[in-house]
Design a binder for this molecule. Sequence first.
Ligand code: ZN
Length: 461
Amino acid sequence: MAEPPIEELQSFCASVVEKKILLKFSALECKSFLFLPLFSTHKNEIAVISPLNQEELDQVSKIIGKPLVLIKKAPKSTLIDLIDFLFAKFGIIKSEITPQTSSTSELNQICNTKEGNLLKQLIEYQVANHISDLIFVPQISGVEVIVKQPNGLVSRSTERIPLEIYEKMLNILKVFARLDFSSNLPWLEGAFRLKILGRDTAFRISIVSTLHGKSTTIRYLTKGRIYALKDLIWFESELDRILEFIKKPSKLKFIVGPMGSGKTTLLYSILTELAKNSFVISIEDPPEAELQNVAQIPVKRDFDYAQALRSVLRHNPDHIALGELRDSETLKTAMQASSIGHSIFATIHANDPISFETRLLSLGVPLSSLQANLEGLLFPKLLPRLCEDCKTVDLSASNVLDCQAYNAKGCEKCSFLGVSGKILITELYFWSGSFYLGGLSFKDQWQKLVKEGLVGINMVL
Ligand SMILES: [Zn+2]
């Protein structure tokens, strides 16, 4: 019998699915065990679509501890598409990276063993020292542990973990992340939460086959806060303009700035704002934080930006966000998507509209070819905020500016830096054959902040 078209299956699933049943699982779990949960039957079984037969599903039921009943068969590739579709529809593709919660008792039980205890010590060390990645690399002589700091510094262990101990540690990690033990995939990804040093802490795990066994990376998710857009943008007049800009239903909108200018922070606030009333998908390498109601798709080695973008277009999202644009293929795919009416956000490394144009050229796309597809550029800038405890009026500067201007020498409260916290200002350029400033310039905003005593007169733009 011919396979029903994917659209037919999608609308069938969408019409029968119960969100609370779907939410009992993660997309990763569904893909690993090959089932898509739809609703609860009168016998309290979970009705699923799957390529497996009922007997195989009974095996899966035992592993996941929930009774599954087959109501429709679909080939594996169709099922994977259906899982992506349904999880995206409910804004929960991010469950791919949503950490699973392991119970504390489970952790305690596991830590009674030698390998469990070693793993616990290593993860505690990672958290206590804010180490972003713990990487285990199997060699013939044992497993090397590589430690990667958030600033990129790398150090290596002198001692090796015996392979048989490492194998058991890996199995514990698979239990934490609820990964499929029997999987023969060359890579596995998952996430988990643990109570470490009294705090609920999130981790991501990635396992890749190498010459001498499976290499594992445990990433400690030390994520910053996600700010509401209204709390992030300092000037209300700018906020209104930005809201109007981001809600435009199509075209390319770039968030532009050098490293450390607040591009990702601003992008995340924008996506969170848009997701309140629309369907937002982001494609990232990797997602730097979990966003509420945004379907976040991590880019993988065999699933790049351009491929991911092409596949999400089928889900017809209202807004699509790409992380940093680094190659011409992604930029060209983004242009095509915007030319057929999609709203695309991307961040790009440049300092001003002129260097933006140069950056595009270096990616093989002249600015002129964007033309009708470009909405504009949003530049964020972070200014250090003067410490309220030690700021003093700077008389000579005050005379020049004809208002009270401040500076700060530093005190114990601000670790003798004179500044505490940051203020985000923005410049918004619209495109209409050329760029024009849509609101206040950085300089206007800087002057206002200096006059209000929030930014030091020495803090030049
Ligand atoms: Zn101070």
